[in-house]
Design a protein around this ligand. Structure first.
Ligand code: HPA
Length: 272
């Protein structure tokens, strides 16, 4: 694994002279952020040695390097989901490579179903914490000291200072933001009403099929993390309705302008 990470990082380094310290994984609802990145260098996943290739509709695979406001950033457009059949090492491989490239802060976004009764479709939820319900752990197996500790500490998986910065940005722009706990599950089924209820009872505010593996690996590598969900459907008792991939995409598109604004301003504002 170490050799592969090094090989991939070396390839990217050969293409990029001014390496950023900040990376962002663009989930559903944040794809448009790419249009705000200036002086882009784009590397498609097919070109990158050892990189998996993404398969899901609505997710294209490329790394975009460039300038977002006052920061150099690396954006990952198209992530790898466990439900696609990738193993956890593949799902999280790009985060390992980011670390090897010297990335110290990771921003992540996703679409999620809301269980908190105060949530509305189209809401933005700043992730304050997560519950990992994936059936396999990305750190299972041999631990490489070079990559992080055997038993990583997770008391502040999502950086408090970045959450506070994001809340300030939202307030300045009068954008309604919620905060909550993200439950990460494997999918690909959406939840039954009983499952939504259960996830709420155990402390979840929103549920989705991504993010948690990447965040675990980022924290293993000592990166600071900020995460945000767009609430695309509701799993609130009594108001659970049918949900489809298309509806998720549509609801995410509605929230996109505000999501983009918050991320862009936050990245501009925070101290690297
Ligand atoms: N459940 C799981 N994943 C999701 C959902 C959901 O309701 N909405 C968007 N991604």
């Amino acid at each position: 694994m170490l050799e592969k990470i090094k090989e991939t990082a070396a390839y990217i380094q050969s293409r990029i002279s001014d390496m950023p310290k900040t990376a962002i994984i663009l989930g559903t609802g944040l794809g448009e952020l790419v249009n705000h990145i200036e002086n882009q260098t784009v590397i498609s996943y097919e070109e990158i040695p050892n990189f998996p290739v993404s398969t899901v509709e609505g997710h294209s695979g490329k790394l975009i390097f460039g300038q977002l406001g006052n920061k150099r950033i690396m954006a990952m457009q198209g992530r790898f989901h466990f439900y696609e059949g990738y193993c956890m090492q593949q799902v999280t491989f790009p985060v390992r490579v980011m670390k090897a490239l010297g990335i110290s802060t990771l921003f992540v976004s996703n679409a999620a179903g809301g269980m908190n009764p105060n949530f509305r479709i189209g809401d933005i939820m700043i992730i304050t914490d997560h519950i990992n319900l994936f059936p396999e752990h990305p750190l299972r197996g041999k631990n490489y000291k070079e990559l992080g500790d055997r038993f990583p500490e997770m008391s502040e998986a999502y950086s408090h200072r970045l959450i506070n910065d994001a809340l300030k940005v939202a307030e300045e722009h009068n954008i309604r933001v919620m905060q909550g706990v993200y439950v990460g599950t494997q999918g690909p089924t959406f939840e039954t009403p009983a499952e939504y209820k259960y996830f709420h009872i155990i402390g979840g505010d929103a549920v989705g099929m991504s993010t948690v593996p990447e965040v675990i690996v980022a924290r293993h590598g000592g990166m600071e993390v900020f995460g945000v969900s767009v609430i695309t459907d509701l799993g609130v008792e009594g108001v659970v309705e049918k949900v489809s991939h298309e509806e998720v995409q549509q609801a995410a598109a509605l929230a996109q302008p505000n999501m983009t604004l918050i991320m862009k301003e936050l990245i501009n504002k925070f101290e690297e």
